[in-house]
Design a protein around this ligand. Structure first.
Ligand code: URA
Ligand code: SF4
Length: 215
């Protein structure tokens, strides 16, 4: 039997308190054994922001810095995201920020921990937490950051380039409109300064669109 099966036995479901508010979910999340990722991670990284937010942002998974801090979006990608939120004129206190997967997945290379994309099985295993967060916060709109966030929110795999600009439906609640954009880390990977600026502007425009939908 694979370790994931032994741990997970059907993913996070049995660790997620039914009907729990965000505080209760946050309290229980450290005990989750829904997949094997908890073993090598420092700690669970749950969410930050307002439990009564109108707009929810869903990223991929915590990175190295988030794993150490226990808070999402506090590393380099988070800095880009914060800049974009400010540029869009959005009050960050009106947001709820979370990830599709709550534990850091990485590969050790010497002393370094290299980010590794979560597998579909990790996204599926962790999805009960996101479902519970959506049910607790009841946001008016969701912005998915990147393919992993989009997969978790939409319940299917999409190509960012194809669905960007569209208004889609959350898998758990079709009444909640979903906008999909790139992951902020992808902006950091652009070497050309002009391209990076253009990509940042498009990202800010997506944030604004999602914020307007949440009004
Ligand atoms: N990237 C994410 O998707 N989430 C984080 O919390 C940090 C980086
Ligand atoms: Fe549970 Fe998600 Fe962590 Fe896996 S990644 S142990 S499902 S919280």
């Amino acid at each position: 039997m694979r370790q994931a099966d032994r741990d997970g036995n059907g993913g996070a479901r049995r660790w997620v308190p039914e009907g729990g508010g965000i505080d209760e979910l946050r309290r229980e999340a450290p005990g989750c054994r829904g997949c094997e990722l908890w073993r090598d991670a420092t700690q669970v990284v749950f969410s930050r922001g307002s439990a009564r937010a109108r707009l929810m942002l869903v990223g991929e998974q915590p990175g190295d810095r988030e794993d150490l801090a226990g808070e999402p979006f506090v590393g380099p990608a988070g800095r880009v995201l914060d800049d974009a939120i400010e540029e869009a004129g959005i009050d960050s206190r009106s947001l709820y920020l979370t990830n599709a997967v709550k534990h850091f997945r990485f590969e050790r290379r010497g002393k370094r921990r290299i980010h590794e994309k979560p597998a579909v099985g990790h996204i599926t295993a962790c999805r009960p937490w996101l479902e519970a967060e959506i049910a607790a916060v009841r946001p008016s709109a969701i912005l998915a950051l990147g393919a992993t966030g989009a997969r978790a929110v939409l319940g299917r795999s999409v190509r960012i380039g194809e669905v960007r600009g569209q208004v889609l439906e959350a898998a758990d609640d079709p009444a909640i409109p979903v906008v999909v954009t790139v992951h902020p880390a992808s902006l950091l990977r652009r070497r050309d300064a002009e391209e990076r600026r253009a990509a940042f502007r498009s990202f800010v425009a997506d944030l604004r669109r999602a914020d307007e939908l949440a009004d």
